[in-house]
Write a protein that binds this ligand. Structure first.
Ligand SMILES: Cc1ncc(COP(=O)(O)O)c(C=O)c1O
Length: 458
């Protein structure tokens, strides 16, 4: 297979789409991935906001191989491992003093971690004598994963519609999206955060004492395309949760582990969630890995209550995945990659990326460019003045993605930001090791790809 660059639409592997051909990736290094035909792609989306330390970092492969040689697996009902214990402690420290004395639970990815977080929140409420609380409130236009529990709390219409009869529905509340602000703000959305947060209070009251937790992406990920909430929003929802005895779960699967220029994005909002979920950048793609980080209060409730977390997967704390994650954390700290993702630092990769992407605002089809750190969204419109989206069937974002891939640039196209169906956008989330030249080339090439997509529908 190594001499094949593109594999036909149908093969023994059940892939995501039968309508699309996929290049066969065979090698990665830094910000680049090569296919079997030798074509090089600049990974401007970090796959899907996954790769943060860059592809092909040899020492991660080495620590994984060493772990596999020493001990490939034990079951978490029978053993713990030094690597999981040490890494858990390091992650607690990385998560900051809010999590001091808390606990870390490892899974095989983001959706599993969300499932574990939802169950942990429910069990916490039961342990403290609040057994009536089971409802999980979330936001519309959100994404928390593809397993049924995670899908239930997600608001991504396209991804959940078919499965709705199979999921338990709870309230979905308002979500700030200032490019299309529901409050028609005239002050640059400096004050609408409270208005959006008020919707959560209403939903908690409507749940009549049954709300267990509220789950939120501190910066909206793929569904809306890197939408940063207005000032004060996160603080208001955190206060509301606290006042009502509702746990706050921060879904940092996409934003965590440095991508926004802080260890975790909640730090921008100066809030202290009860439970924090991370995946993607946690292992930077080197192994399937997710985590739930819980505060001391949450862990104490179980430790001093029933004493058993009623949940588990065979591959909790898988030694090789955990070794990969630990290695990634080491590289990320040693190479100051969180600082590289900090857009407020002059000359950082994030600051350069912001400047390069902002230039795209001049392109006809570009309605909005938004984001923070190394997580950006570019939203396309058919008409800039009215912000009218392209008809969804044109799949404008997909066309841009294809035109970019043809030029050796990988981006992450999405649809549905306007109302769950209409609205085209791209997610840009490169590895933190991207250089100034690479950013310049990628932004220019993206501009060309947008122009080609626009010509294709003219
Ligand atoms: C914010 C968020 N939460 C959860 C998930 C689910 O993670 P995974 O795909 O690893 O199951 C994703 C994946 O894109 C995500 O972006």
């Amino acid at each position: 297979m190594s001499d094949i660059s593109v594999i036909p639409t149908r093969s023994a592997l059940l892939r995501r789409s039968f309508r699309k051909t996929f290049p066969a990736a065979v090698r990665g290094e830094g910000v680049y991935v090569w296919d079997g035909g030798g074509k090089r792609y600049l990974d401007f989306a970090g796959s899907a906001a996954v790769n943060f330390i860059g592809h092909g970092v040899r020492e991660i492969g080495a620590v994984m191989a060493e772990q596999a040689k020493q001990l490939e697996f034990v079951h978490s009902s029978q053993f713990t491992t030094p690597v999981a214990e040490e890494y858990a402690q390091e992650l607690l420290e990385f998560a900051g003093k809010n999590f001091s004395g808390g606990g870390v639970y490892f899974t095989s990815g983001g959706s599993e971690a969300i499932e574990a977080a939802l169950k942990l929140a429910r069990q916490y409420q039961v342990e403290i004598g609040q057994g009536r609380r089971f409802q999980m409130i979330s936001r519309g236009q959100s994404y928390h994963g593809s397993t049924l529990g995670a899908l239930a709390v997600s608001g991504n219409k396209r991804r959940r519609e078919m499965y709705l009869p199979m999921v338990r529905e709870f309230a979905h509340v308002a979500f700030p999206y200032c490019y299309r602000c529901a409050y028609d703000c005239t002050d640059g959305c400096r004050n609408c955060g409270q208005e959006y947060a008020a919707d959560l209070e209403k939903a908690i009251e409507a749940a009549q004492g049954q709300a267990a937790a509220f789950i939120v992406e501190p910066v909206s990920g793929a569904t809306l395309g890197a939408v940063v909430p207005p000032p004060g929003y996160l603080r208001s929802v955190a206060d509301t949760c606290r006042r009502h005895g509702v746990l706050l779960i921060a879904d940092e699967v996409m934003t965590g582990m440095g991508r926004t220029g802080r260890n975790f994005a909640v730090e921008h909002g100066e809030i202290a969630p009860d439970i924090l979920v991370a995946a993607k950048g946690l292992s930077s793609g080197y192994a399937p890995l997710g985590t739930v980080i819980a505060t001391k209060r949450v862990v104490d409730a179980i430790a001093e209550g029933s004493g058993v977390f009623m949940h588990g997967f065979t591959y909790n704390s898988h030694p090789i995945s955990v070794a990969a994650g630990r290695g990634v954390l080491k590289v990320l700290q040693r190479d100051n990659l969180v600082r590289a993702a900090d857009g407020s630092r002059e000359g950082s990769a994030a600051a350069l990326l912001r400047v390069a992407l902002e230039k795209l605002r001049g392109v006809n089809a570009v309605g909005d460019v938004r984001g923070i750190g190394l997580l950006w969204g570019v939203e396309f419109v058919a008409d800039k003045a009215s912000k009218k989206p392209f008809p969804p069937e044109l799949n404008f974002a997909g066309r841009v993605g294809q035109a970019a891939a043809k030029r050796g640039l990988m981006v992450y196209p999405m649809q549905g930001c306007v109302d769950g169906v209409a609205g085209d956008h791209l997610l840009i989330a490169p590895p933190a090791v991207i250089t100034s030249e690479e950013i310049g080339w990628a932004a220019e090439t993206l501009g060309e790809a947008i122009a080609e997509a626009a010509r294709s529908i003219a």
